[in-house]
Design a protein around this ligand. Structure first.
Ligand code: SF4
Length: 321
């Protein structure tokens, strides 16, 4: 068995034993390592970049998003807000399906200002972390969309959160109601619930794919929400890919925001920013953590995690000064 297959098998076996494994504190470091040890395609490479218009997202969420992302999209539209965990999971997924940074900023802003956040607060408190996800702030890393294993194993949702994997984290009765809402036939719902009961979360998701695409065999082994999206589009468009329907407003904005051609001076600036000393990286990390604290005031658990991380960053800064 090659190393990639071995890792895949290990990840699948771990997912099946989750309740036992997760309750054993001694195994937490191993779990954390495994959830980062995704060995499939890197969906930060955006083949469809700029090909999706914001107007298409509602329709795509119903047709081609896995349940985790469909749930996040619905919660965002209903509440005009998502907490940090949801913004990270959904924002990186959208980046992976091809949303440009300019589209992402427009998408989140348009939704948030319908709720309790005004435009000024959005620009101050939320835009930074979106630019951060696209590698334009902080340590300028190009962040990768989360794999199923990372979503299933890490950062379980608390009440009021909508991130996570519904097959893993939803109460079976709530999951059943959700599937009924999405018009999944009752025999299909029973098949999904059986798979969930057996802790085969990704297989349950594949069954959901088959039922929503009226195919008997999805023909792939699911390990990433962006893979789900790609496979769905291949099936629905006959392999032609997403039809470009960018609105005029978006294309104008994109051309206005197009970065200038890279000169040797800008290239060396970028190199310098990547190799910033540890204390400046920690300072950037602190800025984004401050955002999390300022943002979800009602989210006490997220605040306390973020506060601990801020303390660590502050300690690094003090040591390096
Ligand atoms: S199995 Fe993966 S793609 Fe499906 S809902 Fe769970 S996390 Fe999302």
């Amino acid at each position: 068995m090659c190393m990639i297959n071995f890792k895949m098998t290990l990840l699948q076996l771990t997912a099946r034993s989750l309740p036992v494994v997760q309750s054993d504190e001694r195994l937490q470091p191993l779990l954390n390592h495994l959830s980062h040890a995704y060995v499939g395609q890197d969906y930060s490479v955006q083949k469809n970049v700029g090909k999706i218009s914001l107007e298409q997202i509602d329709a795509l969420s119903a047709k081609s998003f896995p349940l985790c992302m469909r749930q996040l999209h619905k919660a965002l539209r209903d509440n005009h807000h998502l907490r940090h965990g949801g913004r990270m999971q959904y924002g990186l997924f959208l980046k992976g399906i091809g949303l440009t940074l300019e589209q992402a900023l427009q998408f989140w802003k348009m939704e948030f200002i319908k709720g309790k956040v005004d435009a000024e607060k959005f620009d101050k408190a939320y835009a930074y972390s979106i630019r951060h996800n696209y590698g334009k702030e902080g340590k300028r890393a190009d962040y990768t969309p989360y794999s199923c294993m990372k979503i299933i194993l890490n950062n379980s949702p608390s009440p009021g959160d909508y991130h996570g994997c519904p097959f893993r984290h939803s109460d079976p009765e709530l999951l059943k109601q959700k599937l009924q809402l999405y018009k999944i036939p009752s025999t299909g719902i029973n098949q999904i619930l059986d798979l969930v009961k057996g802790m085969h979360y990704q297989l349950a998701c594949q069954k959901y794919f088959e039922l929503t695409h009226t195919t008997e065999d999805s023909g792939f082994s699911l390990n990433h929400p962006n893979q789900y999206f790609t496979e769905s589009q291949v099936l629905l468009t006959g392999g032609r890919g997403i039809k470009k329907e960018s609105s005029q407003v978006e294309s104008t904005q994109q051309s206005q925001n197009k970065p200038p051609p890279k000169t040797s001076a800008t290239a060396s600036q970028e190199t310098a920013s990547v190799s910033k000393p540890a204390n400046s990286i920690a300072k950037n990390e602190m800025e984004i953590l401050e955002e999390i604290l300022n943002d979800d005031e009602e989210d006490q658990s997220a605040n306390s995690i973020a506060k601990n991380e801020m303390d660590i960053s502050a300690a690094i800064l003090n040591e390096d000064q």
